[in-house]
Design a protein around this ligand. Structure first.
Ligand code: SF4
Ligand code: SF4
Length: 231
């Protein structure tokens, strides 16, 4: 078993974070939202946890979860092509027409609410206490998860008007078993289904770089998982 490093309330349930090594951790949640009605769910995660680096998930009862936790250490790390990668290759964004003009976040801080930041124990979907609403109050000393995060817009996708705080969604991609998923994280209810968001996802389909779309609502629940970039 790993070390229990945090316990917190999440979506009406409880989440336990275990740390197994400098590289791997596990998150066990018991909320109905995360378990499809089953009592517990387990996600094996890369450490530090940024909410997107999920390597694999399972649902089950306490005995199954305990067994899975006890086997994490012994299990070899999955090969790179089977890992979820939070930061996509720039080639995906380039294929979706990314501009080469360097962008700055400006007064956008939407990912400071949508992302979970393990280093400061900030859950997903909760505004970070360091977020002034326009900038990070601890920018120079912000945690590694914040430093490494980039969204599609900052990597050049869309127009200037598509900045996440204006559009209401943070777009990222990750790959799992070689399949590219466009992750649409809503900052406003329903924002993930706007025509403009659909237009952007279609860029991925046309370029044949997006296999799958996942829309996560402001409640943190996965609202849509769609094969292909049309939804
Ligand atoms: S959502 Fe993108 S543009 Fe907005 S603060 Fe985060 S990285 Fe910057
Ligand atoms: S520490 Fe700063 S950059 Fe990181 S989530 Fe909080 S406000 Fe955003």
């Amino acid at each position: 078993m790993g070390d229990l490093v945090a316990t917190r309330k999440r979506n009406g349930g409880t989440q336990w974070i275990y740390r197994f090594s400098n590289t791997y951790g596990a998150s066990v949640v018991d909320t109905p939202a995360h378990t499809n009605g089953k009592p517990f769910a387990l996600a094996v995660i890369r450490w530090p946890w940024d909410g997107l680096t999920v390597l694999g998930t399972m649902c089950g009862g306490p005995a199954e979860i305990k067994l899975a936790l006890s086997s994490i250490k012994a299990r070899p790390a999955p090969p790179p092509e089977q890992r979820v990668q939070a930061v996509s290759d720039q080639s995906v964004w380039d294929a979706m027409g990314a501009t080469t003009v360097a962008r700055q976040c400006g007064s956008c801080t939407l990912c400071c609410t949508t992302m979970g930041i393990a280093e400061i124990d900030k859950p997903e979907r909760q505004r970070c206490p360091n977020d002034s609403g326009e900038y990070c109050r601890i920018y120079e000393s912000r945690p590694p998860s914040c430093r490494s995060f980039t969204c599609a817009w900052i990597r050049g996708v869309g127009t200037d008007d598509d900045r996440p705080d204006k559009l209401g969604v943070v777009l990222t991609t990750y790959t799992l078993r070689g399949r590219q998923t466009l992750h649409v994280s809503e900052g406003r209810p329903g924002a993930g289904y706007q025509p403009r968001v659909k237009e952007i996802t279609k860029l991925g389909r046309r370029a044949r770089v997006i296999d799958h779309v996942a829309v996560v609502g402001v409640d943190g629940k996965l609202h849509l998982q769609q094969e292909g970039a049309d939804f």
